[in-house]
Design a protein around this ligand. Structure first.
Ligand SMILES: [Cu+2]
Length: 385
């Protein structure tokens, strides 16, 4: 755990890195309240985080105010930020652990099961040399705790901080997020070296398309109208409909297509994107991040998406506003945003291995009609690809 002073920015990372940097002590005065800006800098795990004998009050998600949400622990995704108030309401002279550990739920998926710690040190004459106890953190596999926490977040949505949720959706998109497999390339000795099931190679996809990263910068290619680098066939709806969350799925679903497909959006269109988790290969949470935008998380839950019933349950009053949201194992999220930021934007799972395996897509927001609705030309000193 690394904590930079001046605003108490807490970057929670794995314990090996924390050990290298040494154990940090956050010094506090009894009776004061502190704002902790917490980000998950781990590569492959959602993390639980808590401080013993203290509660945390979430007030901001990814830079947008929330209604205060007071909890014994938080769950935070890679790439996500949560600002929390910490009331230093214990007696002086004491030490308390703050701690983080992984949440994971993939079958046969290895993870770092160590606990990383730092210390909250109250001002005073310390008679004890180490903190009293570790805070309670849920089990590694406690999916309901993660979903309950994320599902309790609400935008502040006050008179002074109004929100603007797209109500009339013009562009509806539904995408699955899955892990998938491909035969392992055979090396010179005919021995496979891939680590997927039965010697296969692991990939991941959105909408059954494992994203093939092109050699060229897509924004530049788009700007200069260069052909042949990407296609615009990213599907709006699911290519195959099946029971996504079944424990036993038909063979063949684990094979995805490969391609550089982008989704073109009209400038200023209102978008609803449903991200459906699947148990293809293995069901996992997928913290999905969209660049260039903050979106409203209007729906979050378990099950298969039901286009008639689920929209009736959406929160269109005070949904949290974020740029990263975890699609729960055996569940789904629905997000909405207005496509008012021109250009080419990446969406991807923030679990680094899923990102590198292809769980990513590109949104291309076209120019509008007015001059101010056109993207700027690249800077003259921009290095060539
Ligand atoms: Cu993922």
């Amino acid at each position: 755990m690394n904590i930079s002073r001046g605003g108490a920015i807490i970057a929670v990372m794995d314990s090996a890195e924390s050990t290298r940097l040494g154990t940090f002590k956050l010094e506090v005065k009894s009776g004061k309240t502190y704002l902790l800006r917490i980000l998950n800098a781990a590569m492959n795990e959602i993390l639980f985080f808590a401080i013993s004998n203290h509660k945390l009050t979430v007030v901001v998600t990814d830079g947008s105010y929330t209604k205060p949400l007071t909890k014994d622990f938080i769950a935070i995704s890679p790439g996500q930020t949560l600002d929390c108030l910490l009331k230093a309401n214990q007696e002086p002279n004491n030490l308390y652990y703050m701690a983080a550990k992984a949440y994971t739920n993939g079958t046969n998926v290895q993870f770092d099961n160590t606990t990383t710690t730092a210390i909250v040190k109250y001002e005073g004459n310390h008679k004890i040399s180490s903190p009293i106890s570790l805070p309670y953190l849920p089990s590694y596999y406690d999916t309901p705790s993660v979903v309950n926490f994320s599902g309790s977040l609400r935008s502040l949505a006050s008179k002074n901080h109004p929100i603007s949720i797209p109500i009339n959706v013009k562009t509806r998109l539904v995408s699955v997020v899955s892990v998938n497999l491909s035969p392992c390339p055979i090396n010179g000795t005919n021995v496979t070296t891939c680590q997927g099931p039965n010697g296969t190679r692991l990939y991941a996809n959105m909408s059954n398309i494992s994203f093939a990263t092109p050699r060229y910068n897509i924004l530049e290619v788009y700007y200069y109208h260069i052909k042949g680098v990407f296609e615009t066939k990213f599907p709006s709806f699911l290519p195959y409909v099946f029971n996504y969350i079944d424990d036993v799925l038909p063979l063949g679903l684990e094979l995805a297509e490969f391609g550089t497909q982008v989704k073109v959006l009209k400038y200023n269109t209102t978008v609803e994107l449903v991200l459906q988790g699947t148990n293809v290969v293995t069901g996992l949470d997928h913290p999905m991040q969209l660049h260039g935008y903050s979106f409203y998380v209007v729906g979050l839950g378990f099950g298969n998406f039901d286009e008639k019933l689920d929209p009736k349950k959406y929160n269109l009053v005070d949904p949290p506003r974020s740029n990263t949201v975890a699609v729960p194992k055996s569940g789904l999220v629905a997000i909405r945003f207005r496509a008012d930021n021109l250009g080419v934007w990446f969406m991807h799972c923030h679990i680094e291995r899923h990102l590198t395996w292809g769980m990513k897509a590109v949104f291309m927001v076209k120019n509008g009609r007015r001059p101010e609705e056109r993207i700027f030309s690249p800077p003259r000193d921009m290095p060539p690809c």
